[in-house]
Design a protein around this ligand. Structure first.
Ligand code: 5GP
Length: 191
């Protein structure tokens, strides 16, 4: 998505550890117009997929996920993150290791908002090692719902998540694909 790539070029900065900082429009300050276009693009890409619900993980996935839900006219659920290991019978839970924070969080989704005939589209801001999406897939498995695919705003294609999802047969649509962040330079994958 050209508009997104332009924003990354203009505002993105590279931090140590192959982390791209995009606080100017996605991870802290949010550009609503760009997010609307992101949501519309996911809606276009998954238009025929029979999506009944959008899932994401708090907090940075919420902005693109809500815009996707708006464009697709379906509800959005954001999995909650917990530091503690509390178990609750009314929740589906999975453990997710955070690439940027180097900690494990337990994510949960209430059974109340999941129905057996759901077909879920998973949205996230970044795809690195694929842990966040894997956690949502684990919950989808527990809940017995179908998965339409994963929509990622920024895929770091040089890290293993994208390949792992494709190898598992998950449909993956990423709006910006980064080939490398070496030498503080953001290099995109060719179209
Ligand atoms: P994964 O679970 O695929 O390893 O990482 C995905 C999560 O880690 C995303 O939800 C995002 O919050 C965070 N993340 C991974 N890589 C980056 C990055 O380069 N920049 C930022 N801002 N967040 C990242």
């Amino acid at each position: 998505m050209r508009e997104l790539e332009e924003k990354i070029k203009e505002y993105g900065t590279v931090l140590p550890g192959n982390v791209l900082k995009v606080d100017a429009f996605l991870n802290h300050q949010v550009d609503p117009e760009l997010m609307l276009h992101v949501g519309q693009e996911f809606a276009r890409l998954f238009a025929d997929a029979g999506v009944t619900k959008v899932w994401t993980v708090e907090s940075s996935g919420i902005a693109p996920a809500v815009m996707t839900g708006l464009a697709m006219k379906v509800p959005v659920i954001f999995a909650r993150k917990h530091k503690s290991l509390t178990l609750n019978q009314n929740m589906y839970v999975a453990d997710v290791y955070s690439y940027t924070k180097k900690t494990t969080n337990r994510i949960s989704i209430s059974k109340k908002y999941v129905s057996q005939d759901d077909k879920v589209l998973m949205i996230d801001d970044f795809l690195a090692n694929g842990q966040a999406v894997e956690g949502m897939l684990e919950i989808a498995d527990q809940a017995g719902v179908q998965v339409a695919g994963a929509g990622i705003v920024i895929e770091k294609s040089f890290q293993p998540g994208a390949k792992e999802l494709k190898d598992r047969g998950i449909r993956l649509e990423s709006l910006a694909r980064i080939k490398s962040l070496a030498d503080n330079q953001t290099e995109f994958m060719p179209d």
